[in-house]
Design a binder for this molecule. Structure first.
Ligand SMILES: *[C@@H]1O[C@H](CO)[C@@H](O)[C@H](O)[C@H]1NC(C)=O
Ligand SMILES: *[C@@H]1O[C@H](CO)[C@@H](O)[C@H](O)[C@H]1NC(C)=O
Length: 980
């Protein structure tokens, strides 16, 4: 977050804020990007364009175990330079393509993948490589679904096709370029002016044989000045350019984080929507725009291409500044051009062919979303700042007086004396442990901020220790401590690439004094979790508000090489530290602003400093959907907007958005008016209370979706194309989405004054209004229905075929719901059937990794004239199929828990603990007729029936509704209710 004092004094005026565009580079301000773009330009103007890169066939080698293919690559531009290509196919069909300069004058950064990948991928041994005269081919996959990877020699082009159809191609347009290391030529001493010199020079000028590709000039090879900063670029040019084409796919998604639509609009080509490429360079963009390709706080270089026939993806493991152009050369094809400042070529092709496959393939590489502590998916109340411990107590008291549920109170930077994190400002927070304990007394938690900048004063023990350990980031000389400005004034930054910082950082969070942890945080408790902000890193007086690119990190790498990884390493170390506070470890919660591919293993993210405007509310949804596709499901936007004072209507609508976002936090800038829900006038206050209760009632659904995501990489919130991959009309829809596999379809209202919403229904199915049970009908070709959307109601439908588990008793915080009974809502589909799942565990330990969990499946099916509603153990079935029902392999490699399959026993300790939890209500929507009897084990149950539209009747209107009271004694039991 960044300060903004003067502009917001006009509190009630509409927000008229604007990003300072000049603080950030566009492609034309970065020499490497200009050079990359110029190649594309020249290629476009030259019909005879051919890539200068080719495979030297005499160098081909296929490893004896058939696992990999290597070859030497040459560029006709520089025949004396050697490149090495390595292609291998992983067990799950993912193809990794790597290329680097061999025996060059320098070494390109090659560690991005080793940070991003959760483990070294297993290589497939079942690949058949065939060597032809012009190409090498690897074929695999079952008959009728054959994948073919072709590496053409001259020019070098890598193509992945399925059943003969090209899915993705690298360098098919010939824009690949890896600038090799070279020696800087010292400028020739200008000879004394002699007569006729000018003409003599002209005569001597040799035509540059490479200019057709590289241009005439050495544009910014060795030094680059931008505004007041000079980048010394001691290693010279190392740009990497690559075209990646999807010749049969119309839509591309991914490469978060950008404030833009989900289906990425074009940036180049005729009539492109934007005129600037998407950029990935983690940045603290003050007052960012709601529709832009500008880089924001985090980067995930994964892209998916989608068509009715297939989904395919690429993960480009690169951590340097990267610009990406997107174009649609024809109606059904997509072309992208990636230009990076440094790093090796390390691209993973994700073959699909369905959305669920690419998500599995991508999270197989970088890990799945870590299963969060249960309380962290409830509601978070934050503000810059709750100013004192008594302020925190008052806020808590006011929530309780108004019966508004909340789980977490947050403290921003002002808790820390002079912004020295870990050191309480004792004037305002004299009793931090008592404060945290007062919050814990109602089973709530606190989250406090710890930023990466350390105030440079010897009296700050954290800074002093970091200095003594020599783990601070260095300037370009590689020796001196780097100094910059941030909240704490003159500051230094820990270099988390240095392993020597890791154990030390852990020690800082210990809540009891240990012999080795001099700086342990004894004025904290294990109920206090952590927020990592400003970790791009944000540096107020640095180039583009960050670190100079020629700063030196551990291992001698320049900041430019690994910038986009910086935020992930910080949140990794913090989450390890929070986890290590107790023995046995408890699940940590760490919120990060900056992130990279793999950050989902370490906690949650939010979309940074948004504005309190309708546009930002709307784009926040699209950003969260994009992050979910990119593996980072635990994401959300500041409810209410960080800047500005939203009017009550906007705030209420924003609470609806938040309640249907994986990470749900209200937050506000220091200059905004207080806007905690209890401060609202009626009816707004009651509406927000009901929205929060709605979220709490649905926590079982959200937790089940998180669990599924942690197992198979499916997004927690899913846009239309994920659920209906063959429905073209839904491919660009990004304002309505599904929650996990639950069947809930939500379309939050993001327009002022709206009273109804158009909801798109993709299939010939019945959809029930969640609040009124009104039955709507979709159509095989898609259909829009109009759903009422008064201020107190979010358009929320349940797709026929779902079973929703909810907990309807209002509580002050979510842990207090742990033994509350369940309501099951069975929404029959047109065939009279339904299915749903419920996952439960203790919500905070790693007991689930040892099988302490409940994972149920609820089904409804028609048999004759009867409908049977049944409950069965799903975990046992999953374990029997060799699936680990809980093990988050993603987290496993980093945290040392939960790897491998779990031996699951339905009689586990957790299941025993919740055995007394009952189903207090069963609701069945869409029955054909009034039942004669509703029985469980032959005994009649107590029930009521309201006639209405049947699920299969094809009509719209209030659905038939059966309510069964207190049907079963245990949510954990196997049972069958017969409705006949
Ligand atoms: C996370 O930290 C552990 C050590 O604490 C380290 O082994 C691992 O490589 C780190 N991963 C990332 C992505 O930073
Ligand atoms: C649904 O509404 C959208 C937006 O108004 C429109 O583009 C689309 O064509 C409609 N779809 C159908 C099937 O009517």
């Amino acid at each position: 977050m960044r300060a903004l004092s003067s502009l917001l004094l006009l509190a009630a005026a509409p927000l008229a804020l604007a990003v300072k565009l000049e603080d950030f580079k566009t492609c034309d301000k970065a020499a490497f990007c200009r050079r990359g773009k110029a190649i594309a330009q020249r290629a476009g103007e030259n019909p005879d364009w051919k890539s200068p890169y080719s495979v030297d066939p005499s160098s081909l080698a296929i490893s004896s175990d058939q696992t990999s293919f290597t070859a030497a690559v040459k560029s006709s531009l520089y025949p004396e330079i050697n490149f090495g290509l390595d292609v291998r196919v992983h067990k799950d069909g993912v193809v990794r393509v790597r290329m680097d300069e061999v025996n060059g004058k320098g070494k390109r950064y090659d560690e991005a993948a080793s940070w991003a990948l959760v483990a070294e991928p297993e290589i497939s041994k079942d690949i058949r490589w065939t060597v032809g005269k012009k190409e090498v081919r690897a074929t695999y996959g079952p008959k009728g679904n054959k994948v073919d990877v072709e590496i053409a020699f001259n020019p070098l082009v890598v193509t992945l096709s399925r059943n003969g159809r090209t899915e993705v191609a690298l360098n098919s347009l010939g824009l690949m370029h890896m600038e090799h290391f070279r020696t800087k030529e010292e400028p020739q001493p200008t000879p004394e002016a002699v007569e006729g010199e000018e003409s003599a020079q002209t005569v001597m000028e040799v035509p540059n044989p490479r200019s057709w590709f590289e241009g005439e000039e050495e544009d910014g090879y060795w030094e680059e000045t931008w505004k007041s900063w000079t980048d010394s670029k001691p290693k010279g040019p190392q740009m990497l350019s690559m075209d990646i084409s999807f010749p049969n796919h119309e839509h591309v998604y991914g490469i978060p984080q950008h404030a833009t639509r989900l289906s990425l609009p074009t940036t180049s080509g005729e009539d492109s929507y934007y005129n600037e490429p998407y950029r990935l360079w983690n940045s603290d963009v003050f007052e960012y725009m709601a529709d832009s390709t500008m880089s924001l706080y985090g980067s995930i270089p994964v892209m998916y291409a989608h068509s009715k026939e297939s989904t395919v993806g690429i993960f480009n493991a690169i951590a340097s500044d990267t610009f990406i152009d997107v174009a649609h050369p024809s109606a059904h094809s997509s072309y992208t051009h990636w230009i990076s400042e440094s790093g090796i070529l390390d691209i993973f092709l994700l073959p699909g062919p369905k959305p669920a496959d690419v998500f599995k393939q991508y999270t197989g590489l970088t890990g799945t979303q870590e299963l969060p502590p249960h309380w962290s998916i409830a509601y978070h109340q934050c503000r810059w700042n709750y100013v004192s411990s008594d302020d925190v107590r008052t806020v808590q008291r006011r929530f309780d007086e108004e019966n508004i549920p909340v789980d977490v109170f947050w403290l921003d930077i002002e808790y820390a004396e002079e912004h020295k994190y870990f050191i309480w400002d004792k004037k305002n927070f004299p009793d931090p442990v008592d404060m945290a304990n007062d919050v814990s007394a109602v089973a709530r938690k606190m989250v406090v901020i710890v930023d990466p900048h350390l105030k440079r004063v010897q009296s700050y023990p954290v800074y002093k220790e970091a200095q003594e350990l020599d783990v601070l980031a260095k300037t370009k000389d590689g020796q001196s401590e780097y100094e910059g400005w941030c909240w704490s004034g003159s500051s230094a930054w820990v270099d988390f690439f240095n392993p020597a910082s890791w154990e030390w950082w852990k020690g800082l969070f210990k809540t009891s004094q240990g012999s080795s942890d001099k700086c342990a945080w004894i004025e904290s408790t294990t109920d206090v979790h952590i927020w990592n902000d400003m970790n791009e890193p944000a540096i107020f007086n640095g180039p583009e508000i960050s670190m100079p690119r020629d700063n030196i990190h551990y291992g001698g790498w320049e900041h430019r090489d690994l910038h986009n990884l910086n935020g992930m390493l910080f949140s990794n170390q913090t989450s390890q530290a929070v986890r290590a506070r107790t023995d046995p470890p408890m699940r940590p919660f760490v919120l990060t602003r900056s992130f990279f591919a793999g950050s989902q293993r370490f906690g949650a993210m939010w979309t940074g400093d948004n504005l309190g405007t309708w546009e930002h509310m709307a784009v926040g949804i699209k950003m969260v959907l994009s992050l979910n596709l990119a593996g980072f499901s635990f994401s959300g936007s500041d409810v209410g907007g960080f800047f500005g004072n939203p009017e009550p209507e906007m705030l209420v609508r924003w609470y609806h958005v938040g309640a249907f976002t994986p990470f749900f936090r209200a937050h506000a800038h220091i200059d905004t008016k207080r806007r905690e829900p209890y401060l609202l006038d009626e009816p707004y206050k009651s509406i927000v209370r009901d929205i929060l209760r709605l979220r709490y009632s649905m926590l079982p659904i959200w937790y089940t979706a998180f669990h599924e995501s942690s197992v198979n990489g499916m997004p927690v919130v899913r846009p239309h194309f994920v659920v209906f991959p063959e429905d073209e009309a839904g491919f660009a829809i990004d304002d309505q989405y599904f929650v996990g596999s639950s069947g809930l379809l939500v379309k939050p209202v993001t327009e002022k004054g709206a009273t109804e919403a158009q909801v798109y229904l993709a299939d010939d199915q019945v959809y029930y209004d969640y609040f009124t049970s009104h039955a709507y009908r979709g159509a095989a070709k898609g259909r829009n229905v109009t759903v009422p959307a008064p201020l107190d109601r979010v358009p929320l439908l349940v797709r026929g075929g779902a079973v929703l588990p909810t907990r309807e008793r209002p509580r002050r915080s979510s842990p207090l719901m742990r033994r509350d009974p369940f309501t099951l809502t069975v929404a029959l589909d047109t065939a009279g059937a339904a299915r749903g799942t419920l996952y439960l565990d203790d919500g905070e330990s790693y007991g689930h990794a040892a099988g302490a969990l409940v994972w149920r499946e609820f089904t409804a099916a028609r048999r004759g004239r009867a409908t049977h509603v049944a409950s069965a153990d799903l975990a046992a079935a999953a374990a029997a199929h060799g699936q680990a029902p809980t093990a988050n392999a993603g987290a496993g490699a980093d945290v040392g828990v939960g790897t491998g399959a779990v031996v699951y026993d339905p009689q586990n300790a957790f299941a025993d603990e919740v055995r007394a939890v009952r189903v207090e209500k069963l609701v069945v929507l869409g029955l054909e007729r009034r039942p004669g009897t509703v029985t469980l084990g032959g005994a009649e149950l107590e029930w009521e029936f309201v006639p209405g539209v049947a699920s299969g009747a094809g009509k719209e209107g209030a659905a038939a509704r059966l309510v069964v009271k207190n049907p079963v004694a245990s949510i954990v039991g196997d049972w069958e209710i017969v409705i006949q």
